[in-house]
Design a protein around this ligand. Structure first.
Ligand SMILES: [Zn+2]
Length: 84
């Protein structure tokens, strides 16, 4: 699923950089799959839009705390990845 068209990513980036000047880049990312373990844990499979690493984000944290990319340090949350 793509969020392009719902909002202008450049405007979102400008807005976020006004809030936090340390932000270098903002990109959209997509959920490419999901995993539901018998233990009850469930994950969204995502690809970091900056370094293309595969990242599993627990569903409960997808829209709240997000997840930091283990390779490049971008934070993936909801539909946006933010690199500082
Ligand atoms: Zn990354």
């Amino acid at each position: 699923m793509s969020y392009m068209g719902r909002y202008d990513i450049e405007k979102v980036k400008t807005f976020m950089q006004e809030q936090d000047p340390k932000i270098k880049e903002v990109k959209e990312f997509e959920v490419i799959g999901e995993t539901n373990l018998p233990s009850g844990k469930s994950y969204y499979s995502c690809e970091c839009p900056f370094c293309k690493s595969h990242i599993d984000i627990q569903k409960w944290s997808f829209s709240t705390t997000g997840k930091k990319c283990w390779r490049c340090g971008a934070v993936l949350r909801a539909a946006l990845a933010v690199l500082k």
